[in-house]
Write a protein that binds this ligand. Sequence first.
Ligand code: TYM
Length: 335
Amino acid sequence: KRRVLTGITTTGTPHLGNYVGAIRPAIEASRDANNESFYFLADLHALIKCHEPQRVQESRREIAATWLALGLDTDNAVFYRQSDVPEITELTWLLTCVCAKGLMNRAHAYKAAVQENEADSSADPDKGITMGLFSYPILMAADILMFNATDVPVGRDQIQHIEMARDVAQRFNHIYQGQFFKLPEARIEESVAVLNGLDGRKMSKSYNNTIPLFEPEKKLLKLIRKIKTNSLEPGEPKETEGCTLFQIWQAFADEGQVADMRLRYENGIGWGEMKNELFELVNSQIQAPRARYVELMNDMGYVEEVMKKGAEKARDHASPLMAQLRKAVGFGAFV
Ligand code: TYM
């Protein structure tokens, strides 16, 4: 059996990028009887970027309700909050102690933060960088290795982290001479590996260019109308390559609809018309889950129950491995 695992950081409202890059493929994978699925709210990760408890809490609720509204069947998948599984934090420390600092120096998120500081030559290169940000990939490795995941469906931005998890796993296995961890692989949905946002850059909470997945209909239309385009007029042929509208179309349409739209680009579809069509397409697919989402958000009792059960199941998997690891590093009982 393949073991599929993925998580979403709980710092914002889930957006179309999270949906097509991670949630949709993950839910599909959970329906395949050959898979065991582990999906979680990465709330420990949230503290790296966000020190506002209310925002973290609100985001945890939203992300939990989103997965359930989209039809995640928690009989098929273990669905949990990372912070409900203390074994993950414990494993993070064991991994931290075998992980070379040099490996973390190369992590994109950390490097980007340093570069930003260096652009301002008067700034300390470490300004605003916490140890949480620096060692973030180790926490993520623990998420994955704790459950011996084989497949990690993520957007392209996360590939480096999966590679680091493999490195750390190998190092641990080597030092403590055992096959404690399997080596995980990233699973990338190529067509939508990076969905772009309103301004044409990668759709991201940190760029403030996202389209929230369950935005009310009117707001969704408004946001889609805001997506940046070039100034070609209706009737002028248009490029599909590099066009954010077309890219989102591709992420939601079937093959026939994609081919059809390609033709209409060649024939000079107007941006206004394209935006209306895109809205119709996306809206038709998220209408029903959106209604369910609103229901769940208005009564979190059910969601809380689901999360508690998920935590139990997750710990049932994590604690035997953790016991084995504790022994392996020299923490066995005295008698
Ligand atoms: P996060 O919360 O930034 O994003 C969650 C998932 O959504 C994908 N994604 C996108 N995919 C396509 N287009 C986009 N514009 C887009 N934006 C985001 C991300 O690639 C990701 O798959 N560190 C992770 C969370 C995490 C995790 C893990 C993932 C923590 N532990 C263990 C997998 C396994 C993160 O910050 O993702």
